[in-house]
Design a protein around this ligand. Structure first.
Ligand code: ATP
Length: 347
């Protein structure tokens, strides 16, 4: 029954809430052991897609399969294979950490004789051992997020789905959770949604950008850059005026952008960026243009990757104009299917 290559398969998935198409015909696959990042502006449909994948919400139409098993008809079976950390990570605040994980292990039908050892292992992995006897309601947000992750990986699931696992954490905790997610690479298939684009770039093999319920970009961060960003950026440290720099670069490209992003230091060198249309290596030509101009002295030259933010903005910009209509429609539609504060079932 297991799909040989892909643990997650989604085909033409739709979810409608009244007039709002929260998920609008998306299809994608995630390979075994792959980490995929879900990016999208607020209301794009990320959480809705995740809830459908985990059997927590039903799709209006389309198919979602986990390890080859259709989620809609075998919700109980797929829950054994998924570890889910929902948005806002609802937890029973009155329980102690170990007590909670024991309860979850029982729900997840982990064999009794393995439970204690496995709970020790996940607590160790999530740096929770010292907090095992503490009441969840008295833990900091970072510790609670770790409890959510410990729960998600507890039963060795093949698929992990985490909805904004690092939201509200301080930079130390973000790094810790990022490392934890990276350590799952090759072992479990993971989908994480996040608004922290640098984090997605550091942890994920592939990125899926969703906007208005549709996939607007998909690929490795590098592939996305190539398809959405048609320019090459260099960072330079120069001693000289921007006007002279522009003059010396005019043979390189007609419409390049030159911007100063750091004022001159005590030796008169300031940092500038040059954005040249096209995806090429202009390094050698830049050196040659600069050395031909005696009014410009260059101290360093470095090619810079376009930030993932630029890719995200380019990919989502196309459908912004429909946002007003979407919001107007949404305000009319309410749905009883509001599961946001409930506890997840066994997964
Ligand atoms: P965020 O980044 O803000 O969490 P998201 O990408 O996860 O956003 P979803 O929560 O999936 O977005 O919401 C997609 C759309 O569906 C939004 O327009 C949202 O308001 C709507 N929606 C989500 N849940 C419900 C519900 N239970 N009833 C009605 N509309 C809903």
């Amino acid at each position: 029954m297991d799909s040989p290559e892909h643990t997650i398969e989604v085909e033409k998935l739709y979810k409608r809430y009244g007039k709002v198409e929260a998920v609008n015909g998306i299809s994608f696959k995630v390979a075994k052991g792959q980490i995929v990042g879900f990016l999208g502006p607020n209301g794009a449909g990320k959480s809705t897609t995740m809830k459908i994948l985990t059997g927590y919400s039903r799709a209006t139409s389309g198919i979602a399969r986990i390890c080859g098993i259709p989620v809609a008809c075998h919700a109980h079976e797929i829950k054994r294979r998924i570890g889910y950390m929902p948005e806002n990570n609802p937890l029973p605040l009155e329980l102690r950490v170990r007590e909670y994980l024991k309860w979850r292990a029982r729900l997840k039908e982990l064999p009794f004789r393995h439970r204690g050892k496995r709970i020790d292992e996940v607590m160790e992995r999530c740096d929770l051992t010292r907090a095992q006897d503490r009441i969840i309601g008295k833990l900091s947000k970072g510790f609670r997020q770790r409890v959510g992750i410990a729960d998600a990986i507890l039963a060795h699931p093949e698929v992990i789905i985490m909805d904004e696992p690092t939201i509200g954490l301080d930079p130390h905790q973000v790094i810790m959770i990022r490392d934890l997610i990276s350590s799952l690479q090759g072992k479990m298939s993971v989908i994480i949604s996040s608004h922290i684009l640098s984090e997605i770039e550091m942890t994920c093999d592939e990125v899926i950008i969703i906007n208005h319920g549709k996939i607007v970009g998909q690929g490795t961060p590098q592939e996305l850059r190539e398809s959405f960003i048609n320019s090459t950026i260099y960072e330079l440290e120069i001693n000289g005026s921007l006007a002279d720099l522009r003059q010396s670069l005019k043979t390189l490209a007609a419409n390049l952008d030159v911007d100063k992003f750091e004022e001159a230091d005590e030796r008169g060198f300031s940092k500038v960026t040059i954005r040249i249309p096209g995806n090429h290596d202009y390094g050698e030509m830049l050196f040659s243009c600069l050395s031909d101009n005696p009014l410009i002295r260059a101290r360093s030259l470095r090619k810079r990757q376009a930030p993932l933010e630029d890719v995200f903005l380019a990919a989502t910009r196309r459908s912004w104009e429909t946002l007003d209509t979407d919001l107007a429609e949404h305000s009319e539609s309410e749905d009883s299917d509001s599961e946001k504060t409930e506890m997840p079932a066994a997964n």
